[in-house]
Ligand binder design. Structure first.
Ligand code: SF4
Ligand code: SF4
Length: 180
């Protein structure tokens, strides 16, 4: 049977690495908006955007938390751009066992950027970035309905085998109880 098609909005944050000055305002607001209760604290360790920094080399790379991976990758890349050499993993978005970023400090569960879900004016990190290092874009694409469901199931299976379904349920319950 042919898969049903549906329209989906793809949300993107375009990152202008050259504009970022490492102020970390994006980390502050992201962790604050996801605190429970909302805005009760800010802690970059809980942020879904992290700035990979090396001030002595004038390197500041904003990275948005992407997918969770069970295992770290075996091969890594180094990039040299405009004479600056970037460390391995600098541009990687994975919530991966070999890095500290993108794990909730209490539960260890992976963090993933949610584009601030239902925030009326769009992603807050974009709004708080005063130098346009982060630019929000939207476009509409046609997708198979089945594919969307499949992606969700694969993601949940991987999480459940690593953390156990109970930890996931507890964390979801805790987060859904937070005051809005
Ligand atoms: S708010 Fe903008 S300039 Fe500041 S660290 Fe984040 S991306 Fe960079
Ligand atoms: S879009 Fe929202 S959830 Fe994603 S990194 Fe920015 S502030 Fe955090």
């Amino acid at each position: 049977m042919k898969a049903e098609k549906k329209m989906k909005i793809v949300k993107t944050i375009k990152i202008n690495v050259d504009e970022c000055n490492g102020c970390r305002a994006c980390e502050v607001i992201c962790s604050a908006v996801h605190a429970a209760p909302k805005y009760s604290s800010n802690n970059p360790a809980r942020s879904r955007i992290r700035i990979i920094r090396d001030p002595l080399r004038d390197i500041y790379v904003p990275v948005l938390a992407g997918e969770y991976t069970v295992a770290e990758c075996a091969g890594r890349d180094k990039y040299t751009i405009d004479g600056k050499e970037y460390d391995e993993c600098s541009f990687c978005r994975a919530s991966c066992p070999s890095r500290e970023e993108f794990h909730e400090p209490d539960s260890g569960l992976p963090l993933k950027c949610d584009m601030c879900e239902n925030e009326e004016n769009g992603p807050l990190c974009v709004q708080w970035c005063l130098v346009d290092a982060l630019v929000y874009e939207e476009r509409e694409v046609e997708v198979d309905e089945e594919e969307t469901q499949e992606e969700l199931e694969i993601g949940l299976d991987a999480l459940a085998s690593k953390f156990g379904m109970q930890t996931i349920m507890d964390t979801v319950a805790r987060m859904s109880n937070k005051e809005r």
